[in-house]
Design a protein around this ligand. Structure first.
Ligand code: FAD
Ligand code: SF4
Ligand code: SF4
Ligand code: SF4
Length: 486
């Protein structure tokens, strides 16, 4: 066996300490092609160690161990975030959608994730785009490709939740002129920023970065377990959709015979209560959120040129019109803003300004929980002497008294905040204890378990919808498209 180089040894430690995002950047930057995504998409180099020159680029690019929030904010935006910048720094915000009705209907939210790269390629501003499709070798597994045609981009519509590397594809584009549109999760975007600072020529091949909001991804084992629980044979499935149908959508698998199997509880008729995609993901994360996601503090792709997500601004639950498909859009940089304005002028997207001061209220619970969760877990790991990701500020400084505050400011969280964070993190107890978690998950997905899941989500869904409807009637929801009459 070849001796392992220092750099590969450090990479092995990053993975062993559960700090790897599976972003793929180490594979993407490696000049000798030693690293590739392997089982469950963790980086692997077995049998190729002898080509390693120990240049250390794979470790230096790794956002799993280091991504300086203040440093990158200063470099990209010329300033660091303040207490008010809960969703990162930005220039303008909108809600909007792709004007191509078919595209919009078949997309996760408003279809901008597909329409922006499509328009950039169509108008000659880009030669291709990083996109995530369903792997033809496995119907539930996502796979990143460089899309160059509208067919490929259409095939990449819809969010895929199992962990998926994207940045290994930098190895494929290094000899191409480009430029390319990059779409990815916040951790993918961190790596793009790091790649650009380590290899300027590679970074210059990216014309635009589009980041997605992200609470967590899922371990691959989640889908393997669900298939096993319901006796579904992978070979009979064409593809799995994690957000099938419009907001909030359902998790469903299309069989090769052309029938939809809705998950979980495939035996239930359409008239029965079934948790929707949002509810399912909320509870699947409690069992299968990867450890690194629970140390991640970026919920809204704070370092992308443009961020897109669901318009989970209060009011969506009760609003049928939102189910036609809308995206919340944050233009962060000049080039992001220019791309949006040009796409709007070309008539491919419709945008309505969204009040900047309201952005901090969008998905506030998700953003807050994610940062609180990370801070709690980082502090716990530090106490145990385990390595933690470095974000360029002391982790205990990001949250104060129930508000997500400046990344750079130093203010210890109050006892109440710490208690809340501890309680929230305790709800993930099964994710770190598969021996306990797997039987519990099996029970919840069984016929009797359905009543427990229903009792947890159903009353909440009804009450929330009623509450939002009341507020809507009282005229307190004013922030949706004027031209759609919402
Ligand atoms: C793991 C994950 C978690 C998310 N969590 C949230 C959340 O908490 N709140 C929220 O508002 N939005 C979240 N999103 C984003 C949301 O689901 C939509 O992707 C977003 O609103 C864009 O919708 P769209 O209709 O514009 O995109 P579409 O037109 O449907 O295009 C989807 C785009 O996303 C890309 N993509 C799909 N899956 C992945 C992936 N795994 N990695 C990288 N790129 C991918 C595709 O290549 C395509 O470009 C999440 C997405 C993912 C993949
Ligand atoms: S990037 Fe450099 S150190 Fe890392 S595996 Fe490749 S050659 Fe080795
Ligand atoms: S660069 Fe990305 S894939 Fe490689 S070890 Fe770091 S986090 Fe994991
Ligand atoms: S939670 Fe963070 S680490 Fe996990 S997939 Fe989302 S952006 Fe990446």
């Amino acid at each position: 066996m070849q001796p392992m180089t220092n750099s590969l040894g450090r990479l092995r430690d990053i993975i062993a300490h559960k700090l790897c995002h599976r972003c793929g950047s180490c594979a993407g930057i490696c000049p000798t092609g030693v690293i590739r995504p392997g089982r469950d998409y963790y980086p692997e180099w077995e049998g190729r160690e002898k080509s390693c020159t120990d240049c250390d680029l794979c470790v230096r690019v790794c956002p799993g161990i280091e991504f300086s929030f203040p440093g990158n904010a200063q470099r990209i935006f010329g300033r660091t975030p303040t207490a008010a910048d809960t969703h990162g720094l930005f220039l303008k915000a909108y809600i909007g959608y792709a004007t191509d009705t078919a595209l919009r209907e078949g997309a996760t939210s408003g279809g901008l994730g597909t329409q922006i790269p499509l328009w950039m390629i169509g108008s000659g501003k880009a030669r291709g785009a990083f996109a995530v499709v369903v792997d033809e070798a496995c119907p539930w597994r996502p796979k990143a490709i460089i899309a160059r045609t509208s067919e490929q981009l259409f095939a990449a519509r819809l969010s895929k939740y199992p962990a998926c590397p994207v940045n290994h594809l930098f190895a494929d584009i290094k000899n191409e002129t480009g430029p390319f549109v990059f779409t990815g999760l916040p951790c993918h975007i961190h790596s793009v920023r790091k790649i650009a600072s380590l290899n300027r020529a590679l970074g210059d091949k990216i014309a635009l970065t589009v980041g997605l909001f992200c609470h967590s991804c899922l371990e691959h084992q989640a889908i393997r377990d669900i298939f096993e629980i319901y006796g579904i044979d992978e070979k009979t499935i064409d593809r799995v959709e994690y957000r099938g149908g419009k907001l909030p959508g359902y998790i469903r698998a299309l069989t090769k015979r052309g029938e939809w199997v809705y998950l979980p509880y495939p035996h239930l008729g359409p008239d029965k209560y079934r948790p929707n995609a949002k509810e399912c993901l909320t509870f699947f994360f409690k069992f299968y959120s990867p450890p690194r996601c629970r140390l991640c503090i970026d919920a809204s792709a704070e370092y992308a040129d443009i961020t897109i997500g669901d318009p989970w601004y209060k009011g969506w639950e009760a609003d049928e019109k939102l189910r036609q498909g809308y995206s919340l859009i944050i233009a962060r940089t000049e080039r992001g803003l220019r791309a949006l304005e040009e796409a709007q002028a070309a008539g491919v997207i419709a945008l309505e300004p969204f009040p900047a001061d309201r952005i901090s209220l969008s998905q506030v619970a998700m953003v807050r929980h994610k940062k609180m969760r990370a801070e709690h877990n980082i502090t716990r790991r530090m106490r145990k002497g385990l390595p933690v990701p470095s974000y360029g500020f002391y982790p205990g400084a990001s949250i104060s008294d129930n508000k997500v505050v400046a990344h750079a400011s130093v203010c210890a969280p109050s006892l109440a905040v710490r208690l809340r964070a501890a309680l929230h993190c305790a709800t993930y107890f099964a994710a770190d204890r598969p021996r306990l978690g797997t039987p519990l998950f099996r029970f919840l997905l069984s016929r009797p378990g359905r009543y427990v899941v229903g009792a947890l989500f159903f009353p909440r869904r009804v009450l929330q919808a009623l509450w939002e409807k009341l507020k809507h009637r009282a005229g307190r929801q004013r922030y949706f498209m004027k031209n759609s009459g919402v």
